[in-house]
Design a protein. Structure first.
Length: 297
């Protein structure tokens, strides 16, 4: 296998790598050795455990995005303030690496007011925009910490982060709702709950406890409760981001299941939505970053 370069998405929980030939994937691997599970001096070891079989005598470029560029990561890749391009500066070279690799990390973006940061999403945005020339609108990147990003004239103008995904996990696993929320899904219940908090977000806390009460009094199905919990939280998020998405062209970049849930909620509000696979956007963005590394010694 002739690996030309290696793409790396290194998040908080997981490490994903791809052996690349141009923009084609030759092979892939992953581990649970995300940034939070790697000691400061062990990043290269964690990476080589996955990619050693792809390496030869000549040094191969490794281009990484995500939390690997945080202060506690492999090398700190400073944030750039918006408004700016998704990749406004060159990737940061990691010093003193194994002679078989040249490693680079893509810097993140920051917003001073209201304060916000992103690492990894900027790469997905750059990848999306590379395939959508002259695209203006709003990009939603759903996940544990969902980002809403305003894009105009090829630049990230502003963005906001919502802890909706993390709140969902905490509520279903560690709150009183753990007794009522289970596996399964009810699309109609999700749509109704999302519309409810979109129109009345101030009722969120009461609606949440209502999930427990509906179980105790009416035996509400655990899958229906799960769908309602998701709808209540996403509806509140859509209410808070209405100024971003209302009347705008919207692109959702994320995992298929979660992207579909967000798209469903938005489409029921009359929004035009395009969905894009997050892995494809990440690889396209890392390809853009690789072009910037060729001029770095």
């Amino acid at each position: 296998m002739n690996t030309e370069w290696i793409a790396v998405d290194w998040g908080t929980s997981h490490l994903r790598v791809w052996a690349m030939q141009g923009e084609s994937v030759l092979d892939r691997a992953q581990s649970d050795r995300g940034m939070a599970r790697v000691a400061k001096g062990d990043f290269q070891v964690a990476l080589l455990d996955l990619i050693e079989g792809w390496l030869g005598r000549e040094p191969v470029d490794v281009v990484a995005c995500g939390m690997v560029g945080a202060r506690q990561g492999w090398v700190e890749a400073p944030y750039t303030s918006v408004p700016c391009a998704a990749m406004p500066v060159d990737p940061i070279r990691v010093p003193d690496t194994d002679p078989r690799i040249r490693a680079f990390v893509v810097p993140g973006l920051k917003q001073l007011s209201p304060p916000d940061v992103m690492r990894g999403e900027e790469t997905q945005i750059a990848g999306f925009l590379a395939g959508h020339q002259n695209w203006d609108g709003v990009i939603c990147l759903p996940g544990t910490h969902t980002k809403w990003v305003q894009v105009s004239a090829g630049e990230v103008i502003s963005f906001r982060t919502f802890m909706t995904g993390e709140m969902f996990e905490l509520l279903q696993a560690q709150s009183v709702l753990k007794h009522s929320v289970g596996e399964g899904w009810d699309e109609a219940a999700f749509v109704e709950a999302a519309a409810d908090t979109l129109s009345k977000p101030e009722q969120l806390a009461a609606r949440l406890f209502g999930l427990r009460a509906a179980d105790l009094l009416h035996g509400q199905d655990a899958g229906t409760a799960r769908a309602r919990l998701s709808g209540l939280l996403i509806g509140a998020e859509l209410a808070a981001t209405r100024a971003y998405w209302l009347g705008q062209q919207i692109a959702i970049i994320g995992a298929e299941g979660l992207s579909g849930v967000y798209a469903m909620a938005l489409q029921h509000q009359g929004a035009f939505v395009e969905t894009t696979n997050s892995t494809q956007s990440t690889l396209a963005g890392l390809s853009q970053a690789r072009k910037l590394t060729r001029q770095i010694a």
